[in-house]
Design a protein around this ligand. Sequence first.
Ligand code: SF4
Length: 246
Amino acid sequence: MTSLRLATVHPGEPEIFHSLQGEGISLGRPSVFVRLSGCNLACLWCDTPYTWYFTGHNARHRGCETFVRRENSLTLDIAEVARRIAEFGCRHIVFTGGEPLLQQPALAALCALLGPDYHIEIESNGTVALTAAFDAHVDQLNLSPKLAHSGNAADLRVNETSLAGYARDPRAWFKFVVASPEDADEIDALASQYAIAAERILLMPEGTSPAVLQQRAHWLAPLCLDRGWRFTDRLHIHLYGDTRGT
Ligand code: SF4
């Protein structure tokens, strides 16, 4: 039996849902989302801390208590995950997290079970390289390398080998979460070091409320125009608020 560790919408119910992609290059596309539990980073402002910030975790997180692991994650056989995905009748899948690439053997087995008719999109922090087995199934990579304001140590949030590999991968887009205009210099430095073309870079305001996103968009939009980067909003926050399963 091969299984995935998944986040929950509420205790006992895996976070597998049908919605519009809220961020990045596929914004607005109807997709089935599968949210995996567990992450190798610990971002201060993470909007899905229930996927990793479990009781006993010694990192800091802005504004929330730790979560009880058994209420916020569960293990599900990939055959059941495939059955639930198929029920939606949508051929576009987004594996998100947490950090989904921590569970590549099970993801590769799930994709093999689903067959070739699905478009597979991955949301990852870019610190974990693709395995050969999973690589063969992946159509699109939405990578979100973390900047200093995430609170992660530099040697954890940037894996040079992994990021250099993704920079050469035409399936990869680079979405940076931005909290202040000064973050642009850090993005410039990464883009230059890894030779990432401006048109593959998207900037997204950090925020979990429409008011904060709108306020930050005022300075982020002209910044993107100036540097030739794309701007991405967080559609799901505007439509549904900061809620699970959306
Ligand atoms: S990498 Fe993503 S899931 Fe992990 S802590 Fe940071 S924002 Fe959260």
